[in-house]
Design a protein around this ligand. Sequence first.
Ligand code: FMN
Length: 226
Amino acid sequence: MFTRLFKIFLRFGSRQPYRISRIELKSSNPACLLLEWLEQAEKRGAKARAMNLATATKNGEVSSRHVAISEITDDASIVFTSQNYTSKITNIEENPQVAATILLQYEDSGVNILKQIVLTGKAVKLPHETCKEYFTKVITVSQQIRYVLTKKSEWVDCDEFNEAHDTLLTDISTKGTKLEMPDTLVAYKIVPHTLDFYYMSQHNIGDRLVFTRTNDNQWKCVRKLT
Ligand SMILES: Cc1cc2nc3c(=O)[nH]c(=O)nc-3n(C[C@H](O)[C@H](O)[C@H](O)COP(=O)(O)O)c2cc1C
């Protein structure tokens, strides 16, 4: 109670103004800031390996859902995997323009931290062999099993599904079985045109850095208030 009153005194009693939560930039490459933010958030226990991905049909009907982040490449592209029959992939095949949002929320030394990264850009399909590498080296065993068991999109009997799941898991853990990538699996990278970093700590005013890719493939960065 006393601490709370003291904090209120510090903010209002001492007439301390609301401050801007400044984003410190160490590199002109947004991939560095993106990786730094995800690592910082993970160290403090936040879930930082998924993004909300918005896609649209060629007629502009929008849909969104979460996908796991498989990799962030040096050019700030984000790789994800999915089954080729899902609506995100059928959307991308007719309209490659996408947007993605990553929300990071955690506490650092008792201070609430909120960070958001919004990307807009194009989804580009990766070769089959590259997709195989993500399947075997990057994605988790539970995701591998899910992909193997959902290679057909039709509804299955729950008990049969669970039995098949447990058999695969036992084979992997006791016999070291390596799962074959289903041929329905695809990997895409989102090549960003813009990356918008937003940072707000506690009740302070948020700071934003917006990176835009120029025609000669460099990054232009502008600081904005929210
Ligand atoms: C945290 C989280 C991560 C997910 N990761 C993936 C993923 O990497 N790939 C995928 O296809 N679906 C993933 N899903 C499931 C999708 O959100 C979605 O329900 C499914 O792919 C069907 O999407 P669509 O038909 O709208 O394309 C994830 C769901 C959650 C909640």
